[in-house]
Design a protein around this ligand. Structure first.
Ligand SMILES: [Zn+2]
Length: 420
């Protein structure tokens, strides 16, 4: 018994193989098959079977429709024709099935399968709203650059089972949010082939951003672990270097570091971690609910146009810069000419990159703007990666000014540079 393993596909059939071994070892007196095409579906396989039987001294093969004697020419003739017919039949059936799958896909109809897609009912068309809402929130978190492991933790805490009863893993969640199906696309063999008949859970533009972010994470070898909520977001008020977090005797600090491991700090600034984190968090949450935030969000629909335009400019300028380098390399222009032409180009490219980064950060606000109050209530329960993602959506960086004589953290020492 080799269930679900068609004799036609050529995939290994373990029990068939075992039967061949038994025949060869002389442990078999007769082979009984419902029909010849259940035994083999490829002529070459049938020939091998016959040869093996003859070597083992087995010459009778019985099916419900016919008894075949291998020793008899007529018997073999019939058997060979049956084998050829079976092969042809299988090929035709495979083609028919393939064509109907293709047609179904092109009409945007769902495919079959034992397990329903997350976010949809078993008909694969009706949206299962509580799950759809989870998908939307996951997408917002993903676009806000929250780490996958943090998203998984959050997912597990939601107490929603996976569709096959397994545990939530990063790969499960990544598959859900990078599947074009959730944007209402019908996919066949990894390609989008049609607009699906089922409703989308997220719009197509958002889905494109998910794909872009997914590609970016793959390309940059995304390392999510941030050990402190403000890592990378504080700068020294004396020298401008990034502050590092350190801890000494239970007390966490952010400080400007001098020395080989930490680059070019002056070592002149130290501040207690907890009060700065508290102050900045409070300011971020407050800002999320400020009217200015809604204004910032309201400007978003045109971002796509702007994004495309900036991308095009960036490509054009980069290409121009490469041309210049080639001109210099081939001796068409002097080194001085090359440098003179290159400088304004690089300034423009840097400017475009800055604008693109600003655009990306406004995307990070999806699902956050207006949520300051709600986030404040759950803040302590959020993990560091999530906290950090929320803060950096709003805060570009904060500069820590030198300490006045008082030892207390004075909010005047914190000068924030907001993204929005
Ligand atoms: Zn410094």
């Amino acid at each position: 018994m080799d269930n679900d393993l068609s004799a036609y596909t050529g995939k290994p059939r373990p029990n068939y193989e075992r039967m061949l071994v038994d025949i060869e070892a002389g442990r078999v007196d007769a082979v009984i098959s419902y029909h010849q095409d259940r035994l083999t579906r490829r002529p070459i396989e049938f020939e091998q079977f016959v040869e093996l039987c003859q070597r083992a001294g087995l010459d009778r093969f019985a099916t419900v429709t016919s008894d075949i004697s291998f020793g008899n020419d007529d018997g073999m003739f019939t058997a060979r024709i049956l084998a050829a017919v079976a092969a042809n039949e299988s090929a035709r059936k495979a083609k028919r099935v393939k064509r109907s799958i293709q047609q179904k896909a092109e009409r945007g109809l769902p495919n079959g399968g034992a397990v329903r897609p997350f976010g949809y009912e078993a008909d694969r068309i009706t949206v299962r709203e509580p799950e759809a809402e989870l998908i939307r929130q996951t997408v917002a978190r993903f676009l806000a650059r929250e780490s996958m492991s943090s998203i998984v933790q959050w997912f597990r805490s939601q107490d929603v089972p996976t569709v096959n009863g397994g545990e939530w893993r990063t790969v499960t969640i990544r598959q859900i949010i990078t599947n074009p199906r959730i944007a209402g696309w019908r996919v066949l063999n990894g390609e989008i082939v049609a607009e699906a008949i089922w409703p989308a859970v997220i719009d197509k533009a958002t889905f494109e951003r998910v794909q872009a972010e997914d590609a970016r994470r793959k390309a940059t070898g995304w390392r999510p672990a941030r050990r402190h909520a403000l890592s990378g977001m504080l700068r020294c008020g004396k020298c401008g270097a990034k502050l590092f977090s350190t801890s000494r005797e239970q007390r966490r600090l952010y400080r400007c570091m001098k020395g080989l491991d930490h680059g070019a700090g002056c070592g002149g600034i130290t501040i207690s971690a907890a009060p700065v984190e508290e102050w900045i968090t409070e300011a971020v949450l407050h800002r999320l609910d400020a009217p200015a935030m809604h204004a910032a969000m309201a400007g978003e629909p045109n971002d796509d146009v702007l994004h495309t335009a900036l991308n095009d400019d960036q490509k054009r300028l980069t290409a121009r810069s490469e041309e210049l380098a080639q001109d210099w390399a081939s001796g068409e222009i002097s080194r001085a000419e090359w440098k003179a032409a290159r400088e304004p180009l690089h300034r423009q490219i840097a400017d475009i990159e800055r604008q693109l980064a600003a655009l990306a950060s406004s995307r990070r606000l999806d699902g956050l703007a207006g949520q300051g109050e709600a986030l404040r209530a759950q803040w302590a329960g959020l993990n560091l990666s999530r906290q950090s993602a929320i803060i950096s959506a709003v805060l570009d960086y904060a500069t820590i000014m030198p300490s006045p004589p008082s030892k207390f953290v004075n909010p005047d020492r914190i000068v924030a540079t907001w993204r929005v």
